[in-house]
Design a protein around this ligand. Structure first.
Ligand code: AMP
Length: 450
């Protein structure tokens, strides 16, 4: 199948050609016609599958057919969980839409709000935003969502994990019920299905890879090692393999800083990004890594979420993630859009439970290796995926109708919700009390503040 067969206009086909894409990815094949026909879509697609283009291309085409936005009006809103992802999606919107005359903007927290307000004054056709900053802008009367045509929730599962349900509910209450809603999520968790029930209207469901499956283009392996030798083993693997670039995940911010120092001490250029670093520092770090000025980018889950680094050959789980499905997100950073990638996890005797949970999510046993000089003294017990997949999550309360008007957070007085300055998608900040939880969603936001 070719892009032109999907019904895309010449302006978009030219932009696609400019990017060098030859054929649509599976999620693009399915989502583009569905979105062009203005249906609601619920798609399970990991980062790396081409999902951004899958929703951006048809969205732009549909918008180009209508009237331009009037002052402070937003016609299409793309919500993303993190600033990095917002910036990346914003870049994609600009690239794919470069032959169209649509006004687009990207807003997120951690940077000054005034320039964003100024940009929005004339209205925008597409706004990419993190939830917190969007609410701040709404409260400052910088935007109006009352004639929103399309809402896209990108990485919706992560938005729930980060405790954004309250913000999402509030945002939904500000927009018309009649609109097109597109929900993209790496996995269809129980919570996601529950959320979608309230906000999607007769959606077309798209699932491009088996539930929670890791991309086939990623070779996965485990190195068994003692805790004290993890960083030495990592330096050894980097040197032995002559790795040019790798993204390394740690569990904590402090762990990321510590590992960065150890790698630098070993003569390997490394830089850390995590929630305690300012947005400017994070953006510069990412730019340096992308430019090949540093070999290793050390990151926590939240900071790395949504990073699109082309042709990233290696992902290392220096620490296994506490939430098993994060493993799928992490290794999805490599082996993107058909390229081969390698995901290596350093596993100690203490990690056995986490490893078993991961193998259960991906429903396969990961190949184990030991490296001469690093054979662990503490045995890493044998693990196997639990037959039938992970245990079912506890049932949550019946979903509310999030689609308009009477949401728990909004309840007709949307302007009155307390906002926290600069919090828009800010992975750094500790969650303010009760923030981001809906009434029926009393779960702990995993991954925040990491
Ligand atoms: P995403 O899943 O949206 O994060 O996209 C992952 C990567 O795939 C990005 O670097 C895109 O530029 C690239 N990509 C998207 N669509 C295609 C395509 N049809 N062919 C080749 N690469 C693509």
């Amino acid at each position: 199948m070719s892009f032109s067969e999907l019904g895309l206009s010449d302006c978009l086909l030219r932009a696609i050609e400019g990017k060098g894409y030859k054929t649509p990815t599976p999620v693009q094949e399915k989502a583009i016609p569905a979105i062009l026909s203005r249906r609601d879509v619920m798609a399970a697609a990991q980062t790396g599958t081409g999902k951004t283009a899958a929703f951006t291309l048809p969205l732009l085409q549909n918008l180009a057919e209508g009237e331009h936005a009037k002052s402070n009006i937003v016609r299409a809103l793309i919500l993303t969980p993190t600033r990095e992802l917002a910036a990346q999606v914003g870049e994609s919107v600009a690239t794919y839409g470069k032959h169209l005359s649509l006004r687009t903007a990207v807003v997120y927290g951690g940077v000054k709000i005034n320039p964003q307000m100024k940009k929005l004054r004339g209205g925008v056709d597409v706004l990419v935003a993190t939830p917190g900053r969007l609410i701040d802008l709404y409260n400052q009367r910088a935007i109006r969502l009352s004639s929103l045509e399309v809402l896209v929730l990108d990485e919706a599962d992560r938005m729930l994990d980060l405790g954004f349900i309250g913000d999402i509910t509030k945002i939904m209450s500000l927009m018309p019920k009649r609109r097109q809603t597109l929900l993209f999520s790496a996995t269809f968790s129980h919570d996601i299905r529950q959320l979608s029930g309230g906000i999607l209207h007769d959606p077309i469901q798209i699932e491009v890879s088996p539930r929670n499956a890791a991309a086939k283009s990623v070779k996965q392996s485990i190195f068994e090692v003692d805790k004290a030798k993890k960083s030495a083993l990592l330096s050894h693997l980097i040197r032995r393999g002559g790795w040019d670039q790798a993204l390394v995940f740690t569990l904590t911010k402090r762990g990321a800083d510590r590992l960065t120092t150890q790698l630098e001490d070993d003569g390997i250029t490394a830089i850390a990004i995590h929630g305690d670093k300012s947005q400017g520092v994070r953006t510069r770090a990412l730019a340096k890594f992308k430019a090949g000025e540093v070999r290793i980018l050390v990151a926590t889950d939240v900071a790395a979420r949504g990073l699109d680094i082309e042709q990233l050959p290696y992902v290392v789980n220096f620490d296994l993630p506490k939430v098993a499905t994060d493993y799928v997100h992490r290794i999805g950073r490599t082996g993107r859009a058909g390229l081969q990638g390698e995901a290596i996890s350093l596993v100690t005797a203490d990690d056995v439970k986490l490893l078993a949970a991961i193998e259960t999510v991906i429903q396969e046993r990961i190949t184990r290796e030991q490296e001469v000089g690093f054979v662990p003294k503490q045995v890493v017990a044998i693990t196997a995926p639990r037959a039938g997949g992970p245990k079912k999550a506890k049932k949550l309360k019946k979903p509310k109708d999030y689609s308009a008007g009477k949401s728990a957070a909004g309840r007709g007085k949307p302007g009155k919700q307390k906002t926290v300055a600069g919090r828009g998608g800010k992975p750094a900040s500790k969650p303010s009390a009760g923030r981001g939880r809906s009434a029926g969603q009393g779960r702990k936001p995993a991954g925040r503040g990491r």
